[in-house]
Design a protein around this ligand. Structure first.
Ligand SMILES: O=C(O)CCC(=O)C(=O)O
Length: 334
């Protein structure tokens, strides 16, 4: 991958030094300087896992994240973990595993890598938080996994929507983390800065100017962060403006595995282009509602088929009846 992905002039954020980082990670965000807090310390109790939807929405708004208790059942958790581990080993053996500065184990494009991954989508509670945060018609932007390994490094703090390049009064993207193992202080629980989604945009913009400092140096977890510590089967939902990053795994024998389903507003380009990343057979095997979340359903008049706002047929990968060149009888042309 070439050095510069996007220049500062295009985005307002200098991304020129994160090419390797960005190439290796499914959940892009410009890393920021981890040193000093750029906003007020979070005031109030940290969210605890719950299934109470009103509480979850309140936690999300207040702290920038919430924790859905027992979001998946045990057999699903075990099957997801098996598939992640097996797939990663397969990719490693094939010589195509992603190499990250953090030295953790990552997978992308999971809809292509097993039916089981559909089980973290269309979740009755998570989807309520997603529409609360992103409005109706949100899109699945990418589905991947991150497994920290004993000794793997912390990741640079970042916000998941930094490529947008300007502050937004509402989240443009939201990430969900499906914890397949306990997330602990020792094994690399995601580091977060509670309340940072509401920090003064100017301070956050300043932090973005700090792009360049990055993890992968064996640094300890950034000082102003807390670990998103929670038991396996919890789902953390967090605001795309929340500062966060993978934690350092300082255990000698524990891993920490999460599946990350990342969503954006219905009018925002997806991280992984599903029409280029998912083959036809897999696309047709998906629940139609998942296909709708991948972009088969228009968002108002955006993303329609042939006519603005016209939904694509859901019984085929691509519409087969497309109107091409037509002329009145008796007229010829080229
Ligand atoms: O692994 C984690 O806990 C966070 C992952 C993340 O933020 C990223 O890959 O951008």
């Amino acid at each position: 991958m070439s050095e510069a992905l996007v220049s500062k002039s295009q985005t307002g954020i200098d991304l020129t030094r994160i090419s390797q980082h960005a190439a290796n990670k499914p959940f892009i965000g410009a890393p920021v300087t981890a040193g000093q807090a750029a906003g007020p310390a979070f005031d109030g109790p940290l969210p605890a896992p719950t299934r109470d939807v009103d509480q979850l929405k309140a936690d999300f708004d207040r702290a920038g994240y919430c924790l859905i208790a027992e979001a998946i059942d045990e057999p699903t958790r075990a099957a997801l973990l098996d598939r992640v581990v097996e797939q990663y080993e397969g990719e490693r053996e094939a010589g195509i595993a992603l190499e990250t500065e953090q030295r953790d184990a990552r997978l992308t494009n999971l809809l292509m890598k097993g039916k089981i991954f559909q089980s973290v989508l269309l979740h009755p509670i998570a989807d309520q938080i997603l529409s609360h945060a992103l409005g109706e018609g949100f899109l699945l932007s990418t589905l991947g996994s991150v497994r920290t390994l004993p000794g793997s490094f912390s990741q640079g703090l970042h916000v998941d929507q930094s490529y947008i390049g300007f502050p937004t009064p509402v989240p443009m993207v939201v990430n969900t983390v499906w914890m397949l193992e306990d997330f602990t202080e020792d094994n690399g629980a995601t580091r977060i800065v509670p309340g940072s989604h509401r920090w003064d945009p100017a301070s956050v913009a300043q932090l973005h100017e700090g792009v360049g400092l990055h993890a992968g140096t064996g640094l300890e977890n950034p000082p102003q962060t807390v670990g998103a510590v929670a038991p396996a089967r919890t789902c953390m939902v967090f605001d795309g403006r929340l500062l966060h990053g993978t934690g350092r795994n300082r255990s000698s024998d524990r891993t920490r595995t999460g599946v990350f389903a990342y969503y954006g507003r219905g009018y925002l380009r997806q991280f992984e282009n599903p029409f280029l990343s998912i083959d036809d057979e897999t696309m047709m095997s998906l629940d139609p509602e998942i296909r709708a979340q991948l972009g088969y359903r228009p968002w108002f008049f955006l993303g329609g088929s042939q006519i603005p706002g016209n939904p694509a047929p859901l019984d085929q990968v691509r519409p087969t009846r497309l109107t091409g060149v037509l002329r009145p009888r008796g007229r010829s042309g080229h």
